[in-house]
Design a protein around this ligand. Structure first.
Ligand SMILES: [Fe+2]
Ligand SMILES: [Fe+2]
Length: 148
């Protein structure tokens, strides 16, 4: 692989990580919003649940931010779009869709990390896929079992 190819592949990876970062910021904001806006009987359970999710997403955002700097890039500071939903079921469905999309993005990013030989990033992305899969499965479970 020549230097120009390596540089363009690294730039592609940094650009992709910045997209991921904007979605991690958005996920963190979305879960903080959900925690405050959730109402009804499920509030007592879902408020702490959404708050814990927000903390996981913040840790992901912090990691990506540091990594982008370490790769020589400039981290994104703008979140992807967030929705001000009112109904609990809509909050859960929207977050579920976002978790699924995030897992797909990280699978693609793992390949890009592999192409530039960054095994540490590849492994960390795999860890993050495990976290997001846990989020996804919890949300699916909530949608199945909650009568709202
Ligand atoms: Fe995340
Ligand atoms: Fe997540």
């Amino acid at each position: 692989m020549n230097t120009i190819t390596q540089t363009s592949e690294l730039q592609k990876l940094i650009d992709g990580l910045n997209i991921d970062l904007s979605h991690e910021y958005a996920a963190m904001i979305q879960y903080i919003y959900n925690a405050s806006a959730v109402s009804g009987l499920s509030r007592q359970v879902l408020k702490p649940y959404f708050e814990a999710e927000a903390r996981d997403e913040m840790a992901h955002a912090q990691y990506l931010c540091e990594k982008i700097v370490n790769l020589g890039g400039t981290p994104q500071v703008h979140p992807a779009s967030v929705k001000q939903l009112k109904q609990v079921r809509d909050m859960i469905q929207h977050s579920l869709n976002e978790e699924i999309a995030t897992i797909e993005r990280y699978k693609a990013r793992m390949k890009e990390a592999d192409e530039v030989g960054d095994i540490a990033l590849k492994v960390k992305l795999e860890d993050m896929i495990a976290d997001e899969t846990k989020h996804k499965e919890e949300l699916e479970h909530l949608l199945r079992e909650t009568p709202f």
